[in-house]
Design a protein around this ligand. Structure first.
Ligand code: PLP
Length: 405
């Protein structure tokens, strides 16, 4: 050895290998050993990016739009996002209030990089999307994750929010519709949270609305900005085409917020990644300015799959599946199976035991709820064909039937 071994920085030491990665590896290993595995772990639509969006990208490449763009995004795309906020979300934003990022993920990450002092806190409800806590830790902050169970629809209540606030609270992060619970906050619920926040002027609100177009049963998506217009000067809205237009691989997201925050986020972006991919920005522009009919069509498909999964799993022994109101996941409870013994002789004592037993015995890969701060549950993505979902539910029911006798 020519020098000392690599040592992780303290900020990285707090970040663990994701449970999703571990379960994906277990599914891959089972497949490699010849098992027929249905993996329901993925968080992206199974649909393809619309053709008119791909065509716009091809045109952009052919026309030589292949150079650096302004760090905060092309003028056309920023203007289109501002226009979209007015048209779809119902709040006013100027193009200068928009920063185009590399996915919604980077918008959130940049917001912490520019705002958190070491040890400052970000509050969000558990169950949460797995990246939330680690992004905060990477920015030397502390995630505060009150458990919000099935009784509150997996949503944070004003009381739970008030109880979680400390002098170190910097952000409250809301996610509606949510991953992994499919929770959708009503206007009244957002207004009640805003009322709590009015008494805490130092706290900023980050509203992750990446699943905004996937609200079922005629329900309405309400942007936090619309529920609390008076808090606009401390609200960041996070949007993007990844889920709505099946564009996860294009890596585009939109941060919409007050100018000083957007300028600071743009500065961080300028020294880390520079502006998002020029071709992807042309594609995203086409997604916003092109036909929108596909949004309703895809929503109907996801609603149908939600119904299928909830119905089949609720009929399975030991499983209870609340009906998600949005997004494309279900988060059933598996606690009814605890105490049962799997075929390999191992007792199922928690959600991870349950998920690994499902892979081993019936070749269905789901994600243990503990990865999302929801122990006792497991997450199924419904971004798969009806046939795959049917078969996966049939296998899960067969497994729990065998375990519970
Ligand atoms: C709640 C939530 N926010 C943000 C993202 C990230 O989206 P993007 O792919 O645009 O970075 C995801 C992706 O799974 C998500 O589930």
């Amino acid at each position: 050895m020519s020098g000392s071994a690599f040592e992780k920085s303290s900020r990285l030491a707090k970040v663990e290998l994701s449970e999703i990665v571990r379960i994906a590896e277990a599914a891959r290993a089972a497949k490699a050993a010849g098992a027929d595995v249905i993996a329901l772990g993925t968080g992206e639509p199974d649909f393809d990016t619309p053709d008119h969006v791909k065509d716009a990208a091809a045109r952009a490449a052919a026309e030589g739009k292949t150079k650096y763009t302004p760090t905060a995004g092309t003028a056309e795309l920023r203007a289109a996002v501002a226009e979209k906020c007015k048209r779809e979300n119902g709040f006013d934003a100027a193009a200068e209030n928009v920063c185009v990022t590399m996915g919604a993920k980077q918008a959130l990450f940049n917001s912490y990089m520019v705002s958190l002092e070491p040890g400052e806190q970000v509050i969000f409800a558990a169950p949460f999307w797995t990246s939330y806590p680690d992004q905060v830790r990477l920015a030397n902050g502390e995630p505060i994750m009150p458990l919000c169970g099935v009784d509150s629809g997996f949503k944070i209540t004003p009381e739970a929010l008030e109880a979680a606030i400390t002098p170190k609270t910097r952000w409250v992060l809301l996610n509606s519709p949510s991953n992994p619970a499919g929770a959708v906050y009503s206007r009244a619920e957002l207004e009640a949270l805003a009322e709590v926040l009015r008494a805490h002027p130092r706290i900023w609100v980050s509203s992750d609305e990446i699943y905004e177009h996937l609200v079922f049963d005629g329900g309405e998506h309400v942007s936090f900005r619309v529920a609390a217009p008076d808090l606009a000067d401390r609200t960041l809205t996070v949007l993007g085409p990844s889920k709505s237009y099946a564009m996860t691989g294009w890596r585009i997201g939109y941060a919409v917020g007050p100018l000083p925050l957007i300028k600071a986020m743009t500065a961080v972006q300028g020294q880390s990644t520079s502006g998002a991919c020029s071709i992807s920005q042309a594609a995203a522009l086409a997604s916003l300015t092109g036909p929108q009919q596909l949004l309703a069509e895809r929503r109907a498909v996801f609603a149908r799959r939600r119904d299928l999964v909830a119905e089949r799993l609720n009929a399975a022994k030991g499983i209870a599946c609340p009906r998600p109101e949005g997004a494309f996941y279900a988060l059933p409870s598996c606690e009814g199976v605890y105490g049962a013994t799997a075929k390999n002789g191992k007792r199922i004592e928690n959600d991870a035991d349950f998920c690994y037993a499902l892979i081993d015995e019936v070749g269905v890969a789901t994600v243990p709820g503990r990865a999302f701060g929801a122990p006792g549950r497991f997450r199924i993505s419904t971004a798969y064909s009806d046939a795959e979902l049917e078969e996966a539910c049939r296998r899960i029911a067969a497994a729990t039937d065998a375990w519970l006798g």
